[in-house]
Design a binder for this molecule. Structure first.
Ligand code: ZN
Length: 161
């Protein structure tokens, strides 16, 4: 599981994770040879990628939990599932923050502290669309894609030397 700088606020952590996820997504997506793609995935890792870290034994509880979050367009993996299991054993602020660090919200919560408070009460509730930030714009997505493409370009240039 990934733990992030505890001094960063929750919203910052969530936005960083979203950027990390999209760069990783484009590293998977860009049509390059296998070796180059592996380098790109190492350069832009993301622990909530379900391709790299599949959830092999999801439970009905975990399905309910991800359904609760669907408005936030969550990307989850084996590591999210592990964090969720720890939360089920001990639903504390600490275990909840670990869950939030191990999800990429493509449409993040406007107020993550409200989400923490809701999760302290349980994991089945409704999230209103008014509590959800917009999905990244095409320009933001292009920025993430460009960061990966710039890296791939540098690799190609290095190989040509
Ligand atoms: Zn992946």
């Amino acid at each position: 599981m990934v733990t992030v700088d505890k001094s960063a606020d929750l919203k910052t952590i969530i936005l960083h994770k979203r950027a990390e996820y999209f760069r990783h997504y484009y590293a998977h997506l860009n049509p390059v040879d296998y070796t180059t793609q592996q380098l790109a995935l190492q350069r832009f890792p993301c622990n909530v990628c379900s391709t790299c870290y599949p959830t092999l034994s999801a439970t009905p509880e975990f399905d309910d939990f991800t359904y609760t979050l669907y408005q936030l367009k969550p990307m989850t993996s084996y590591w999210t599932f592990e964090a969720f299991r720890a939360y089920l054993r001990r639903p504390t602020r600490g275990t909840i923050i670990t869950i939030l660090e191990n999800i990429a919200f493509r449409s993040p919560p406007k107020n993550p502290e409200r989400l923490v408070a809701q999760l302290l009460e349980g994991y089945q509730f409704e999230i209103s669309h008014t509590e959800v930030e917009a999905y990244p714009t095409d320009a933001q997505l292009a920025h993430y894609s460009d960061q990966v493409n710039d890296y791939l370009k540098r690799i190609r240039e290095r190989e040509e030397i």
